[in-house]
Design a protein around this ligand. Structure first.
Ligand code: ZN
Length: 207
């Protein structure tokens, strides 16, 4: 089981590393990473992603799963996006945890991103199934963002982490950090646990 807590904890101190170009997975290049977003009270996305990932990791381990993480701390920088999908080539699946930063405060809800096309037909099929089960599990406690259709699933060709993944992979944008209600949930320990529980449910359902 592979978990990628999106972005890095050390954004501010490493601007040049974050901006340096790496392969984007479709022939072009992309910046090593982006800084991610933040709530209106400046709670960084990287911290939220990290907190939910730690919680999910513990729950998966308690359930007997072997867990690999894309990064071991929330301080420095890396790996870059070209390696965010490849750090666990023998995992059953990869879940990348993010939160979105739409500027309008009224925008609310989670959405799931899956690569189209996938790195192979088999990976694409299994990734689509993973996107479906994640969307369904998240729909219980959280609101689907209707901007991405009724299942809140976005199919994109341009995300290096997903393009380079050799295992079924999705990005879960857990919610909108500029939305006051969701920001409050994201900043609280109990809210982070609720996100981790929903992600765990999606993984279990996929199996
Ligand atoms: Zn992000």
């Amino acid at each position: 089981m592979a978990i990628d807590p999106g972005h890095n904890g050390g954004n501010a101190s490493h601007p040049s590393e974050i901006a340096s170009p790496v392969p984007g997975g479709r022939g072009g290049t992309k910046a090593c990473n982006t800084t991610g977003t933040a709530t209106s009270t400046d709670y960084p996305e990287a911290d939220f992603n990290w907190a939910v990932a730690q919680q999910l990791k513990q729950e998966l381990k308690d359930a007997g799963a072997k867990v690999v993480m894309s990064r071991d701390d929330n301080d420095g920088v890396g790996p870059c996006v070209d390696e965010r999908g490849t750090f666990a080539d023998d995992a059953d699946l990869m879940v990348s945890i993010h939160a979105n930063g739409t500027e309008t405060a009224s925008t609310k809800g989670f959405h799931v991103i899956v690569a189209k096309p996938g790195s192979s037909d088999a990976v694409e099929d299994d990734s689509n199934r993973l996107a479906d089960s994640m969307s369904e599990a998240m729909s219980g406690p959280f609101t689907p963002n209707s901007a991405y259709g009724k299942d809140a699933i976005s199919r994109r060709p341009d995300l290096a982490g997903l393009n380079n993944a050799s295992v079924p992979a999705v990005i879960v944008e857990c919610g909108e950090m500029r939305n006051a209600d969701e920001a409050k949930t994201m900043e609280s320990k109990s809210g982070q646990k609720k996100y981790a529980n929903a992600l765990l449910q999606g993984i279990v359902d996929w199996y």
